[in-house]
Design a protein around this ligand. Structure first.
Ligand SMILES: Nc1nc2c(ncn2[C@@H]2O[C@H](COP(=O)(O)OP(=O)(O)OP(=O)(O)O)[C@@H](O)[C@H]2O)c(=O)[nH]1
Length: 424
């Protein structure tokens, strides 16, 4: 087993940069560089010596296996955060035999192989690293902390009990079975199936939180769409002007709106286009507005018809309240907070359904298990062979095992780890 090393913190200038080593030679490498090893998990200030002399003065930490992130011997070097210091240390480590630079996600892969994390936790960790907003952080942390694995374990135990009850019936087929197990088995199967379906139904909401909600700002030309986008984004992201039709294309700003990840889309004014290029912009605006999770529909006055037919919980507001009776003014800021509250309360409602299932892969495993349980239940109702029912249960358990990576793990790993950075 190679000992791997990599920069664990972001590249570039920083106060501190962390280089991490993991594997059987991590401790001996540290000993050669820094002398006597510090006590486990105790930070200790050491001068690091390389082949060419002093590399840096650094805080060093050791985490003996198995109580480390990867489950192997792990060393952390807290260096001065300069590109040159980090490069010098990485170069020196690379010269040592048995040590090599880690591949993307390799530390986490080792943590999975050594059962420090299950597969769902790896997916949670991947999202946690990507999280940009509070809603994303909370969702990712739930899964990273192992809540899905714990839930899967509870489903698994109940199904194993159901299978065991049925198998007892098979074993004693010729004798009198002491009790009728069918009612208890039915209850177990039905309750697990119900919970699986409920959990899988949270995927859509979880995906919105992960990928962000799209909010289209629509309305006639000159109603103040770009100005509103700039106000919400807190910066000049779109060109505003008093000439109608300024926004000819679609402008997007990704932002954090009260902890929710959103992409604001400023669309071209919806009106009869004056030329071909504007017509393309208007057409694109319509399509984007159609696909958005939520539309903020601006009107120039209360009497005007909305530029597009509002649906569901779309927010319809009159702009420029400093000039006309309206709901907000992007110019003075009046009503902006109320507008943000209206938008976030709609989006919070939509993200409320998110649970522990954050990936299509996980939802598929849960739905497969639920389908097997449906078949098992139908068989029980028609007493269509108890042994076949036990087989369905084992199949459902197999699907649940794939959630946490007990089976069939290799083909999903490459996909997950390809999105990890080196050093994670
Ligand atoms: N008084 C006042 N003027 C505003 C307000 N919001 C925008 N404006 C002005 O209205 C004009 C048009 O604003 P934009 O934000 O470019 O309007 P738009 O809807 O994006 O326009 P198009 O790109 O043509 O579709 C600009 O001169 C803005 O300064 C407001 O709340 N009050």
């Amino acid at each position: 087993m190679d000992t791997i090393f990599a920069l664990a913190s972001a590249r570039g200038r920083s106060g501190v940069a962390v280089v991490r080593l993991s594997g059987p030679q991590a401790f001996s490498a540290l000993e050669q560089m820094a002398g006597r090893l510090p006590a486990p998990r105790r930070a200790s200030l050491r001068t690091l010596l390389g082949a060419q002399g002093i590399l840096d003065k650094a805080l060093v930490l050791t985490f003996p296996e198995p109580d480390s992130f990867t489950g192997e011997d792990v060393v952390e070097l807290h260096l001065h955060g300069s590109v040159a210091v980090v490069d010098a240390v990485l170069r020196d480590l690379g010269r040592r035999s048995g040590l090599r630079l880690a591949e993307a996600g390799e530390f986490t892969r080792r943590a999975l192989e050594n059962e420090r994390l299950d597969l769902s936790q790896v997916e949670g960790l991947s999202d946690l690293i990507e999280a940009e907003t509070e809603a994303q952080r909370k969702q990712a942390f739930r899964v990273f902390s192992g809540a899905l694995g714990a839930r899967a374990q509870s489903w698994r135990e109940r199904l194993i009990r159901a299978a065991a009850l049925l198998e007892a019936t098979i074993d004693f087929a010729d004798e009198d079975v002491p009790v009728d197990v069918i009612p208890e088995v039915t209850v177990l199967i039905e309750s697990v199936q119900r919970e699986l379906i409920e959990e899988a139904s949270g995927l859509k909401a979880a995906e919105r939180v992960r990928e962000g909600f799209e909010i289209a700002i629509v309305g006639p030309p000159n109603v103040g769409k770009s100005t509103l986008l700039n106000t919400l984004a807190g910066r000049e992201a779109a060109i505003t002007s008093s000439i109608a039709g300024t926004t000819r294309d679609v402008i997007e700003v990704r932002m954090n709106l009260s902890g929710l990840p959103v992409t604001l889309v400023d669309t071209a004014g919806l009106r009869e286009a004056q030329d071909e290029i504007e017509a393309m912009g208007v057409d694109r605006a319509r399509r984007r507005a159609d696909a958005a999770d939520l539309r903020v529909i601006l009107k120039a006055s209360a009497e005007d018809a909305p530029a597009v037919q509002p649906r569901d919980e779309d927010v319809v507001v009159v702009s420029k309240s400093d000039l006309v009776p309206g709901d907000f003014s992007a110019l003075t800021g009046a009503g902006i907070n109320q507008l943000i509250e209206r938008i976030t309360s709609v989006l919070e409602g939509r993200s409320a359904g998110a649970g522990l299932i954050i990936r299509e892969r996980q939802a598929r495993a849960v739905v497969n298990a639920a389908t097997s349980l449906g078949i098992a239940r139908d068989r029980l109702m028609t007493s269509d062979g108890v042994d076949l029912t036990a087989e369905d249960l084992r199949y459902a358990i197999g699907s649940l095992d794939s959630l946490v990576g007990r089976v069939d793990v290799e083909h999903v790993l490459d996909e997950i780890f390809s999105s990890f950075c080196i050093g994670k």
